[in-house]
Design a binder for this molecule. Sequence first.
Ligand code: SF4
Length: 221
Amino acid sequence: MERTTAKEKQYDKLGPRVAEAFRKRHFDAYYCATAQEALEKAVELIPKEGVVSWAGSETIREIGLVDYIRKNGYERLDQEDGKDRAEFMEITRRATTCDTYLMSSNGISEDGQLINIDRTGNRVAALCYGPKTVIVVAGMNKVVKTPEDALARARNVAAPVNMARFAGRVFPEGCTPCAVTGTCADCLTEQYCICSQIVTTRHCCPTGRIKVILVGEDLGF
Ligand code: SF4
């Protein structure tokens, strides 16, 4: 289908340039105009043999990737199979050495760097080391000009929205300043601060281990 909106046109111009910036840093990188194309690319990149796991990412759900993995016979480590907290923790721990790990990113700079924040660190641990392959799927709404802008996005947009997602469900209501005000107050709240780890991935080693799929749609937050 022809892409006609101003935002689609802007994404289609910028997306391939950002993918090229990632490749200069030795990531594998792709630009897919639509969520459907991104799903097909991700499936193409995931070996059918080997264990797949993923972070609690809205983006990979939105493109249909989590459903696809669940319905198509992949061996998987699925946090939602955990019957209690102990099983959940064991699954997230084992996921850090799976074969293919799926996630998104909290912020991306135009020069091809990933910025991610994490509470306990399981997601950024898998990003940094462990899984043979990491596939990062991110809407172009995550792309900003500089690494500093990407950090600001992660702290001031992604983190408070993620807290809104969890507060009252996984965490108590009002458990952090951002859960009350909707904006970051650089807190040190015991147990509940979701900003314990802040990781910049500025280079991919081994070459091609991290595969970035940029999507020309707004996905996640
Ligand atoms: S207030 Fe605390 S938990 Fe919320 S975004 Fe800021 S540092 Fe993270």
